[in-house]
Design a binder for this molecule. Sequence first.
Ligand code: PEP
Length: 252
Amino acid sequence: MRKALVIGNWKMNGLQARNDELVRSVASGVADEAFAGVDIGLCPPSVYLQTIGLQLAGTSVALGAQNMSQHASGAYTGEVSAEMLADVGCSLVILGHSERRALFNESDEDVAAKVKAALAAQLTPVVCVGETLQQREAGEAVSVVSEQVLQALSDLDVAMLEQVVVAYEPVWAIGTGLTASPEQAQEIHAALRKVLSGLSTDAADKVRILYGGSVNAANADALFAKPDIDGGLIGGASLKAEDFIAICRAAA
Ligand code: PEP
């Protein structure tokens, strides 16, 4: 079946000395048979990717980026391409995070273009979708996230689709301390898998759907016990080695 996956999204946090210690603690903390059942990734700020990639070489922890350009190269000041991320050792990239959609006006079209560019560079795109509190209260959660997934993925062929990871991150749960209950999250994950099966039943079985939104060491077990929750995308709790390792253990 699907192997669990836990990814830490550090966002714009951490300077070199702290990063060094965090990477060391996480890599050594998960270097144990007990973690064989979970894939683990860390997504530091882009300026530190190369250094942290060197630190992670030879460990079981994958390196990922938090964003990338949809363009291959050229006059895009300040941007970083998929090929550059692969070149410094990334195998994952978070795309369409709600902070990028809300603060940097990323559209579904941008996310779809980035997904294709990531796959072309052999990066695994981790495509984030999620509804706002207003949309949830209006009963629109399933339709909003379904549309986001379709917009991001419906152009892909089956072989490409199978390589994608989806992250359900309700906007109201990110960084707020509010978590979707395991039942609320499972309901959306099952709906997302149904949308994926409309594109390809084979791919729908293979695509890992992560939950993100105030996951911590105390609530991870109950979330990951749900059949369609294949792991987590972890923000705040990924900045503390002990908490992140506990969350990885819960998914293993
Ligand atoms: C995130 O930003 O992807 C996230 C899930 O953050 P947090 O865990 O802090 O809610």
